[in-house]
Design a protein around this ligand. Sequence first.
Ligand SMILES: Nc1ncnc2c1ncn2[C@@H]1O[C@H](COP(=O)(O)OP(=O)(O)O)[C@@H](O)[C@H]1O
Ligand SMILES: [Mg+2]
Ligand SMILES: [Zn+2]
Length: 541
Amino acid sequence: MAHLSLYRKYRSQTFGDLIGQDHVVRTIQNGIASGRIAHAFLFTGPRGTGKTSTARLLSKALCCENGPTPEPDNTCEICRSITIGNCVDVIEMDAASESGVDDIRERIVEVAEYQPMMCRYKVFIIDEVHDLSGKAFDALLKTIEEPPAHLIFILATTEFNKVPPTIRSRCQKYEFHRASLQDLVGRLTYVVQEERLEAEPAALTAIARMADGGYRDALTLLEQAMLTSEDGRITLQQVYDQLGLVSEDTIDSLLVAIKDGDVPSIMNTLAEVARLGRDPRAILESMLFRLADLTRASYQLEIGAADASREAALHETAARLGRETVLRLRGDLAEAHRVIRDISLPRLWLESELVRLSQPRVGVPAAAAVAPRVAPAQQAAAARPTPPPVAEKPIAAPTASVPIATPVEAPVPAEVTPVTEQEAAPVAAASGDEATWLSIIEQLTGLSKTLGARLAGTRFAGRNEGRVKIEFERMLDYEWVVERPKPRAALVQAIKERFATDQEPEFVVGRKEIVSDEPAVVELPAEGARLEQLAKEVFGV
Ligand SMILES: Nc1ncnc2c1ncn2[C@@H]1O[C@H](COP(=O)(O)OP(=O)(O)O)[C@@H](O)[C@H]1O
Ligand SMILES: [Mg+2]
Ligand SMILES: [Zn+2]
């Protein structure tokens, strides 16, 4: 028996079998029932949501021997030939591989002149239509503008914005929606039953989640799981292994350890996960997926969790973490996920990053340290923490921390000012070299806010045989900046330019290490207002 991939085998063959696109189906069926048939359709939406399937269904509805009909019979010769894809009058082309003007001429313009051979209409289905070249679009436009009565165009695209307005305005537009988690789980459950397999509900939920709204991906992942399952039973563990994800229990204990500042537990859990061969990015992804569920749980929203015990575990973890921590970690880990792509030692980096997140925010009492930086409603915007607006307060921001964490050892004026007043002073007090360093931080912050934030806890530490020496307060900032080629290059170049030297600078890590009981340096994702508030708390100004 020829192997038919699951997603083909389970292609919807009736409008009723198309899930979650009722709005599309209703309009199409009503149009056909009332005899108002458009000549050009444009289907837009994410991949694997039913555009091609619907195009074929629509072709059947129009061409069926017993049609045009809103419910094609699927049994006549024409319907059957469309199902197997060899109907002479239903012409499918993929603009991703046939994007040129000659393709359009050969496949469409020339063919369009002739009457259909078997069917009522000649139907052209053009997939990924946005990939057509400009000239190809022009050629297509001419045909679409004044179509002979027997022609129907169904254009499908995942990128509506790349379809020229001239084409768009000639078409009836239908938007296909991303599948909901429930719909995906429902479809997977159905397919598993049809295939006479068994699957743990949680395994199907994990697959559905990974498919991110697309039926095709969901079915492809299910198929892989089927192929690797030993006894026809698909388990959650197996799906985790297949997808390289980390189990919910492990993720929960990691999150709780971060919240509790339990560094040994963070390190042990990470070591264990690494031993299982999980890649640091997959660990972050697992954490983000879990945090998405935890967010829902902490707002009492529907989760669609597969069974009661897992749901209980979810709520327990949500309660232990608290909504603020959940939201804060989501933002921080989303940022980490973005950044980790360019990290050369991702495993070590992730470890430092999680340890860092587990430490109290500086200068803020522990309770306040976990407070969200912004109201939950603004959470999305906060997903990527923004360092303070250094441009406006170029010097004060990076040095705000210095008085608390590392007393400035620079030649400070004789009357050493008390901490409270020193905040704004370092600018004036800074020696030439220090001022240069501060302005380098400012310059690099303009280049990358993240880099700026990483440099905020650094200081000019003198010269070593002419080599500029920069001291990082924290190992993880040092790693982030110095051990990654791009930030390092930017930094070295700036130093050489601004200090007018050819010598390679020297980077060292200062006394304070990551695992320190003392408050770390001011955590920079503070924004204007927040920064002000922090300053008030710390300096009482
Ligand atoms: N709305 C849906 N309901 C049920 N299955 C779907 C749906 N959309 C897609 N599928 C499944 O995914 C496969 C690919 O769908 P397809 O119509 O080619 O998606 P698209 O053209 O939007 O990328 C189908 O064969 C079917 O198995
Ligand atoms: Mg398609
Ligand atoms: Zn038919």
